[in-house]
Write a protein that binds this ligand. Structure first.
Ligand code: G3H
Ligand code: 13P
Ligand code: ZN
Length: 317
């Protein structure tokens, strides 16, 4: 059942985080639904602009509707990931999305507010909520000086002002994570002091953590042993998801890790069976492995076991 994103956040706030997983194809979709059901978790399925263009956006919508039929107990929201203004407005218009992200974080503060506000004005009359982004997510590396690093993180005072002025419903904050498989060179992780400072000024307000893949080292080692070249790949410690959730992080975005599972399964399969060329055997292994991966992340996020509670909350609305 597709539910409003805000309903999931209301149930999760301060207790656990909802995993937001990107999909591009049927195998990811099936693995995600299976893993969510196996772990009794509500979840967010997210579609990026790149995913909408990969085949045809209607294919993704049809897959999600069909997965909803195949897994009638699933409880989830559908979200546009990293939308520009035009894509966000298109998704709002389509009526299929529970929420959209407008990512104008590369613009000036004033321009980011103005663009976000326009998207909010289009979304709210249709009951769709809006995630915006403030701060510089990428490139927060250990070799950057502390002052410089802190200036890239979301400023709590600015976050408060941004939310008040734009009317957005949740805010993606730069808190030390970054996208992709190469997040940190050392032991650095989430800046909890920054999350706490933002929560203090925005109590009860849903925060979003992008760039949350954990880049499991056993996965990287297996990929490299099967011919990959992912030297130095590193991610977020998944033990940090729940402490972040307690500080108001309601949505944790994970995409790269799913790509790593896909890469490992296919590299190992064709390494071990060089005479094979059928896509279905490795596809089947991927769906099962991805389901296991999703279930394991939902345990870290604290969303495992919350399905019935979240459903009861959604039914009251
Ligand atoms: O943050 C971006 C997500 O990982 C989606 O990636 O734009 O390549 O689909 P994508
Ligand atoms: P990862 O690259 O860490 O998986 O982050 C995904 C993300 O933030 C999608 O918006
Ligand atoms: Zn992101």
């Amino acid at each position: 059942m597709i539910v409003p994103t805000r309903t999931l956040f209301e149930h999760a706030y301060g207790k656990y985080a909802i995993g937001a997983y990107n999909i591009n194809n049927l195998e990811q979709t099936m693995g995600l639904f299976r893993g969510a059901i196996d772990s009794h978790s509500p979840f967010i399925i997210q579609i990026s602009k790149g995913a909408r263009g990969y085949t045809d956006k209607r294919m993704l919508e049809a897959m999600i509707r069909t997965a909803d039929d195949i897994f009638p107990n699933a409880l989830f929201a559908v979200h546009l990931d990293h939308g520009d203004e035009q894509t966000a407005l298109e998704c709002i218009e389509s009526g299929f999305y529970s929420s959209v992200m407008i990512d104008a974080s590369h613009e000036s503060f004033e321009e980011n507010v103005a663009i976000t506000k326009r998207v909010v004005q289009a979304a709210h009359p249709r009951g769709i909520s809006v995630e915006a982004e403030l701060g510089m997510l990428g490139g927060v590396e250990e070799d950057i000086k502390v002052d410089e690093k802190n200036s890239m993180l979301t400023d709590p005072e600015e976050a408060k002002e941004f939310v008040a002025e734009s009317g957005c419903d949740s805010l993606a904050c730069a808190i030390g994570t970054s996208h992709g498989a190469y997040k940190f060179s050392g032991g650095q992780g989430i800046h909890f002091d920054r999350v706490a400072a933002i929560q203090k000024l925005l109590p009860g307000y849903p925060l979003v953590m992008h760039g949350s893949s954990s880049v499991p080292q056993d996965e990287v080692a297996r990929i490299n042993a099967a011919g990959g070249q992912l030297g130095g790949a590193k991610g977020v410690d998944p033990e940090q998801y729940l402490p972040a959730a307690k500080l108001g992080v309601c949505k944790v975005n994970i995409d790269t890790d799913g790509r790593l599972v896909w890469c490992r399964v296919h590299r190992e399969y064709f390494r071990d069976k060089p005479a094979e060329f059928d896509l279905r055997p490795p596809g089947k292994i991927f769906m099962a492995e991805y389901a296991k991966f999703i279930a394991s992340r939902n345990v870290y996020l604290g969303s495992a076991g919350q399905l019935e509670g979240a459903r009861a909350h959604a039914m009251k609305k």
